[in-house]
Design a protein around this ligand. Structure first.
Ligand code: FES
Length: 196
């Protein structure tokens, strides 16, 4: 006897409303090849046009906007995500990004145009020993890594204090059709220098 195919199962289900659940399950069935594509998509580095989605909290997976980031405050941690499917590129920790906002009026004219309404994005992985950079030093206006107190300039990503010896990799942003999106791939090296 021939094995029933997915299509024949669905047709059979159409004759029987009790199979509605099975048909829905088939409609959302993900083949191993699709799952592999998804994994590949998740591990790709951020592309121009990617949106940024919250990585945790009540709004996890939702697209972040400049209004979601407070000026001169702790960074917001996000993942870049495919603009159509909103699939986060969370297959590599090095893709985790911090958003920090400065007063756009305070930016020097010579500053490269890499922000969206005052929001700058950097790899959240500290260049010292790869903790997540989650803090803000209000008195010095610097990003701050709680592990060993390295500090970074929020406009350039440069290391300005502590044991980190190189800047955070920057992910340039822009506004496009009212949405904050990635405008360029990472600029700079990701993570800590490899020990030799
Ligand atoms: S890991 Fe960030 S300062 Fe050491």
């Amino acid at each position: 006897m021939n094995k029933p195919t997915d299509r024949s199962r669905v047709l059979a289900c159409r004759r029987d409303v009790l199979c509605a659940g099975s048909a829905a399950a088939l409609a959302t069935f993900v083949t191993p090849a699709q799952a592999e594509d998804d994994d590949e998509e998740r591990s790709k580095r951020p592309h121009p046009g990617d949106v940024l989605v919250f990585s945790t909290g009540d709004r996890q997976g939702q697209v972040a906007a400049p209004k979601d980031v407070e000026i001169n405050d702790n960074p917001v941690i996000v993942w870049p995500a495919d603009p159509k499917t909103k699939t986060p590129r969370d297959g590599s920790r090095f893709n985790q990004v911090l958003l920090v906002k400065v007063d756009a009026g305070s930016l020097p004219e010579s500053a490269p145009d890499r922000s969206a309404d005052g929001v700058f994005a950097y790899s959240a992985v500290c260049t010292h020993q790869q903790c997540t950079v989650v803090g803000w030093r209000d008195e010095k206006h610097t990003l701050y890594c709680p592990c060993h107190e390295s500090e970074f300039d929020p406009v350039t990503g440069k290391n300005v204090f502590g044991p980190a010896t190189r800047p955070l990799a920057q992910l340039p942003l822009k506004m496009e059709g009212g949405t904050m999106v990635v405008s360029h791939t990472f600029i700079g090296k990701l993570g800590a220098p490899v020990a030799t």
